[in-house]
Design a binder for this molecule. Structure first.
Ligand code: ADP
Ligand code: MG
Ligand code: MG
Length: 883
């Protein structure tokens, strides 16, 4: 079988579609070669070899060696060089490349093929001994680190000692002879440490590197990354072997990364960084501060170093041309890696660029406007869950900012927390419910855990494409990086800026949109939504079939929800109005009353308050449907807890505190969630439902008078198990409506329906629909009652259920299709059989979960209702479901 695919010289055996087999990097190198772009020739060893490797005790298929040899010959032919040749040696890079991009997770070896002989040949041919030995020492460092397991820092120590001895401060101070000496010290160290000489045979080097790339698929940091990003282990990585081009060949050489559009803002302008006289890893590692690509960017950043546009104008023009071409070809923003060798541009990688949600929206909308993609494509490209990022708080602009340091705005949003200097500490404190900002000189893949745990990330080194920046953007966490003025002392647990010192545990705020670090906890505000957000949401609305409502109890909720595009209130929980401090006393009077008369007296006090709330809500909603649920929680929850509270109620009721305490004890329940709650309250105390219905109808008439718009009110009865319950309560509601009409002369339009949240209600939905005019599935309670799991107590064992794979995901987060979903389907089908135009919605937490929204679309619900901040997510998820 075919294990190796070649590319280069204007053609390739692979193509972009073969991503699964060639990995992302290999497939796109092939695609670029086929497009005629300047790609150094090379070949890709497929992911199938990786699978073979792990299935066969880390050995290779026997056809692999001849196939690699043949491919290597082809590369030699195209470049006119030969591997291991003593006069014109071919050098290669060995690069990993999985199906999904795993930035920085797998290690690359550059300059492979160098040894004591070939390095001399390179020196002679290039006429640059310094360059040759600089490349050699880089190779020894990388190869030892990745293949021989001899860590980087050993070499850094050797180099520092050498520089100190010579009185040098920069690497560029070293001459060719200096590097020769350093290389010899490096080799001695490797021989001492590993007991073997550094391998001189290029073929041995090559196979060592290939084996190391495949082995690194199972390295701890790769395993962690895959787990966090749900990448299956079975995918494996490919290995790319590619002829080297040199960015470290003097002042006309460079290396860099470029995005076709700005990955933070989405702005359509070539964006990125480059370094003159450097090799690839230098940019990513953030060792030197890189230069801007465009003059415009340089002016904005105020950098005094020339941009690529002025430093190497020809290759800049070429990069601009290629970046446009690639974006057109892939119909998406590209993230490219390139190297300029002696004025000539070479492309080393392209892929769809990671971006913030804000950038994703702008790019999708602009690509659609440019005609590169359709509106539907644009909508499909935005992950609904990612909209959460836009809803991140920012710092209140009116607050006084105590800026202690400035760096790069690497990932937008603001966050505050305690300073921690290690990822372990971040993880530990987060587990205790503390908020932390992870402060590091720079981050590496080992820090991913800590970055996850932190509210935000701050680094003192590295550019916009450094590890910290890339990973934070992907996670949607605020990040400020490259804060050079901060000096971090890990040992002492402090960071200092000028004469100010902050220690571990001190609170700071980072502003990832401005690139600033501020002392203390700053006040935050909600974000403004961009024009592109509105445009894309508008396109989503054209596509979706599901209505989107909000679960909102207050006028603030209603306003937020309208701003986010809600089309009505799907659930107003009236009890939330009761818990307010001034009202709870009256509520307690009501429930502790001995008889109906006393209860009615307390209810009469609640009526005007409740009515005023509803008038507000109806006015804000301007004729959109508003579903109001009658009192639902267990009376137990309203009971006074302390003697002081009992005394207070007793005084106001002029009752005996001891008697009241008795009554409260009688009402206490062992299992309130399955107790005296929901419609059971209205069955036993119909006057409660009567008061609420009256408040609703009077408010509807009042609001209609004020706004001139008819109020579409839906009165919803909770926790119905039988049709008889519903009918009794509906009769009360209708009767109350009649009284209000008689008294006021107004005529409210209303429907009475029910929540379906008990399995029995699903089963007898056909009967219930005879009188119920709408259904709303309360999937929180339905999940509790279907699983027999109390939501409030589930945390002690649900984790184990998920860990053991009994359930894939918390059923309170994402709807359980097989069980709860099946009951919903039965309920819908039986309800609509009785009443074909029955309006059916859902109002559990699931209404804002994209996967659950897709299910609701599939089974033909009319709408989903979710919390205010999830309304945009639900709108987009509903559009995705309809695509
Ligand atoms: P990663 O997946 O971590 O980005 P890469 O395989 O892309 O690793 O390699 C990192 C960098 O090494 C590249 O961005 C590029 O600058 C440099 N590099 C890789 N292969 C070559 C090559 N053949 N010639 C010159 N530079 C290379
Ligand atoms: Mg790369
Ligand atoms: Mg409920």
């Amino acid at each position: 079988s075919k294990w190796v695919y070649t590319f280069g010289g204007g053609k390739a055996e692979g193509k972009a579609e073969l991503k699964d087999l060639l990995g992302g990097k290999g497939a796109n190198l092939a695609e670029m070669a086929n497009l005629g772009l300047p790609v150094p020739p090379g070949f890709t060893i497929t992911t199938a070899v990786c699978a073979f490797f792990y299935a066969h005790d880390k050995s290779f298929p026997k056809e692999l060696t001849p196939q690699v040899e043949k491919a290597l010959e082809q590369v030699a032919r195209i470049t006119g060089k030969a591997f291991g040749d003593a006069t014109d040696p071919l050098l290669v890079s060995v690069r990993s490349g999985a199906r999904a991009s795993m930035p920085g997770m797998m290690d690359t070896v550059l300059n492979l093929g160098l040894n004591d002989r070939t390095v001399e040949a390179i020196a002679v041919r290039s006429g640059d001994r310094r360059f040759a030995y600089d490349s050699y020492r880089r190779f020894i460092t990388m190869y030892s680190d990745v293949v021989l397991g001899f860590a980087h820092h050993h070499f850094e120590e050797i180099l520092d000692t050498f520089k100190d001895g010579k009185g040098y401060s920069l690497d560029t101070d070293l001459t060719g002879d200096d590097w020769i000496e350093v290389v010899s010290r490096y080799k001695t160290a490797v021989a001492q440490e590993t007991g073997k000489d550094f391998p001189q045979d290029p073929h041995q080097q090559l196979w060592g590197a290939i084996g190391a790339v495949f082995s690194s698929w199972m390295s701890a940091r790769a395993v962690t990354y895959r787990r966090l990003h749900n990448i299956p282990e079975s995918w494996g990585t490919a290995v790319n072997v590619q002829a080297m081009v040199f960015g470290n060949l003097g002042e006309t050489s460079a290396t860099g990364v470029a995005f076709t559009r700005n990955p933070s803002t989405g702005e359509s302008r070539l964006y990125g960084e480059f370094l003159i006289n450097a090799q690839g890893e230098d940019v990513v590692a953030g060792i030197r501060t890189p230069q801007d690509l465009t003059e415009a960017a340089r002016k904005e950043s105020g950098s005094d170093k020339p941009s690529m546009e002025t430093a190497t104008p020809e290759s800049f023009k070429e990069l601009t041309r290629i970046s446009r071409l690639l974006e057109k070809h892939y119909r998406d923003m590209q993230d490219m890696e390139f190297t300029v060798e002696d004025g000539r541009l070479w492309m080393l990688q392209t892929r769809s660029g990671k971006r913030t949600t804000r950038a994703a929206l702008r790019i999708a909308v602009e690509l659609a406007r440019e005609g590169l993609i359709s509106k539907k494509d644009a909508v499909a490209r935005i992950d609904p869950a990612s909209l959460d990022q836009l809803l991140h708080p920012t710092i209140d602009p009116n607050a006084t900012r105590d800026v202690i340091a400035a760096g790069l705005p690497a990932s937008p949003g603001a966050a505050a927390g305690e300073i921690v200097f290690s990822s372990e500490e971040a993880t530990k404190l987060q587990a205790d419910g503390r908020k932390v900002i992870l402060v590091r000189i720079e981050t590496s893949p080992e820090d991913i855990h800590g970055m996850h745990a932190a509210e935000g990330i701050l680094t003192t080194r590295g550019g916009m494409t450094s590890h910290a920046a890339v990973v934070a953007r992907g996670m949607g966490k605020p990040c400020v990086c490259g804060c050079g003025s901060i000096r971090v002392d890990y040992g002492g647990g402090t960071m200092a800026i000028g004469d100010r010192t902050f220690k571990v545990g001190d609170i700071i705020t980072i502003d990832g949109s401005r690139g600033e670090v501020l002392a203390g906890q700053m006040p935050m505000i909600e974000p403004e939504l961009s024009g592109e957000f509105g445009t894309l949401m508008g396109w989503a609305d054209e596509i979706r079939k599901l209505g989107i409502r909000v679960n909102g109890d207050t006028s603030a909720d209603a306003r937020t929800a309208l701003r986010f595009g809600a089309e009505g209130i799907g659930l107003c929980r009236t009890e939330h109005m009761f818990f307010e401090e001034t009202r709870i006393r009256t509520v307690r009077e009501m429930i502790l009353s001995e008889d109906e008369q006393a209860r009615r007296a307390a209810l009469a006090k609640l009526l005007p308050m409740q009515r005023a709330d509803f008038v507000d809500l109806f006015e804000i909603m301007k004729g959109l449907p508003v579903t109001i649920r009658l009192l639902d929680p267990p009376l137990h929850e309203f009971l006074p807890h302390t003697q002081a509270e009992i005394d207070e109620v007793a005084r106001s009721m002029k009752a005996d505190p001891r008697k009241l305490a008795d009554r409260a004890r009688n009402l206490a329940e062992f299992n309130p969630m399955l107790g005296f709650r929901g419609c059971r309250l209205a069955i036993v105390y119909p006057e409660i439902a009567e008061m609420q219905a009256r408040a609703i109808f009077e408010a509807a008439i009042e609001a209609e008078k004020r706004t001139g718009k008819a109020v579409a009110v839906e009165v919803m009865v909770p926790l119905i198990a039988t049709k008889a319950e519903f009918d009794l309560i509906k009769a009360r509601i209708d009767m109350t409506a009649q009284s209000v009409i008689r008294e006021t002369g107004g005529k409210p339009t209303y429907q009475v329906g029910t929540m379906i949240e008990l399995p029995r209600a699903c089963l007898v939905a056909g009967e219930i629909a005879e009188t119920a005019e709408f259904f709303s599935f309360g999937t929180n309670d339905l999940t509790q009652t279907t699983f027999g799991i109390s939501r409030d107590d589930a945390s002690s064992f649900l984790g184990a259920y998920i860990a053991k794979g009994i359930v894939a995901i918390d059923p309170f987060v994402s709807l359980d299709r097989d069980g709860v979903g099946e009951l919903v389907k039965i309920g819908v089908a039986r309800g609509r059989k009785t009443r074909p135009n029955l309006k059916v919605g859902i109002c559990g937490e699931h209404g804002g979960d994209p996967v659950s929204v897709a299910f609701c679309h599939e089974i033909g619900l009319n709408y989903v209702s979710c919390s205010p901040y999830r309304v945009p997510i639900a709108r987009l998820a509903a559009a995705h479901a309809a695509l």
